[in-house]
Design a protein around this ligand. Structure first.
Ligand code: ATP
Ligand code: ZN
Length: 293
């Protein structure tokens, strides 16, 4: 009998080739330890240190590729996955690429609320999300599907209003439009195929998730080092977040200790001020690369 040893297929990840998500996605992948050769010149890039390959494609194609199992994972905006109604699993919100799909109409025009859209023409690249929003409210609209530069449609009299992605709102403003109502909030997500995958791939996905979680937690935390009178240690322990036991080190001066700890960024200034009040000094604050718990 002859056994043929199949080499394991690489875990294939679909990412946007060129656009708003590309740089942040690549940076995330590099931060969690994946090494690539030049990703700008090729559609398929092999990872040098893990059995992973990147497929660089238009973001619109990512949900279907993941749905069909062409890619095992994808980095894509929730807006695209929802619009395509793709059968995939969202396994992680990635906390970048924040935007909203919003209704907007010409400044000083007659359309001020969603109800005013009855019978109007609305230009959008998101016909399904827009249709669902209005049909949920029992409002009839005429969808004019446009693939880009949607905000110019009212000026060209192709539509009466639009439904488009907004982050700061400056593009709307520059085109004489006002934002009326968000219909969908989005951020970049990691999606996974629902097609069966090998145990090896599953294990690799779990490793990637652990690393992404570590990076996200690190971004929300700071490492602090400070000196304090030994007599203040108990008070300082009470101020520092309870889940983390601080490291306490002796100093040359027996009355003093050095304390190291990790603090969440949202409580950071409050903690620093309280530490100072109980005698902490020489506080050094450092960013953290990754935090695995
Ligand atoms: P592609 O050529 O890949 O189809 P695209 O032009 O459709 O690119 P981009 O403009 O690069 O897409 O946007 C990609 C994603 O970035 C959007 O689907 C959305 O999730 C997110 N995004 C964040 N802020 C904005 C914004 N202000 N406008 C548009 N998209 C935004
Ligand atoms: Zn696109």
């Amino acid at each position: 009998m002859v056994f043929i040893l199949e080499t394991e297929q690489p875990l294939r990840i679909g990412i946007q080739k060129s656009g708003r998500l590309t740089e942040k996605t690549i940076r995330l992948l590099e931060d969690i330890g994946l090494k690539f050769d030049d990703y700008k010149s090729s559609l398929m890039v092999k990872c040098r240190n893990l059995n992973i390959e990147l497929l660089l494609i238009r973001d619109d194609d990512i949900p279907e590729y993941v749905q069909d199992g062409v890619c095992d994972l994808g980095f894509v905006g929730a807006n695209v996955t929802a619009e395509r109604n793709a059968n995939v699993s969202v396994i992680k919100d990635l906390e970048f690429g924040y935007c909203r799909l919003s209704l907007a109409s010409p400044k000083n025009g007659a359309i001020k609320t969603a109800e005013d859209f009855q019978g109007k023409r609305i230009a959008t690249s998101y016909p399904n999300l827009t249709k669902n929003f209005f049909s949920g409210k029992g409002i009839d609209v005429r969808i004019v599907e446009i693939s880009g530069a949607v905000e110019i449609a009212p000026t060209l009299n192709v539509a009466d209003a639009i439904c488009d992605l907004v982050s700061t709102g400056s593009t709307l403003k520059a085109n004489g439009l006002v934002e009326l109502e968000p219909i969908f909030y989005s951020q970049t997500q990691l999606i996974r195929t629902n097609q069966p995958i090998s145990a090896e791939k599953q294990e690799l996905i779990e490793r990637l998730l652990l690393r992404i979680n570590g990076r996200q937690l690190a971004e929300k935390s700071r490492y602090i080092m400070l000196n304090a009178p030994a007599s203040a240690v108990e008070e300082i322990k009470n101020i520092l977040p309870s889940a983390k036991s601080p490291t306490i080190l002796p100093l040359a001066d027996p009355e003093m200790v050095a304390i190291h700890s990790v603090v969440p960024i949202n409580q950071f200034w409050d903690i620093m001020e309280r530490l100072k009040q109980v005698g902490a000094s020489d506080m050094v604050i450092l960013p953290i690369q990754s935090l695995i718990q």
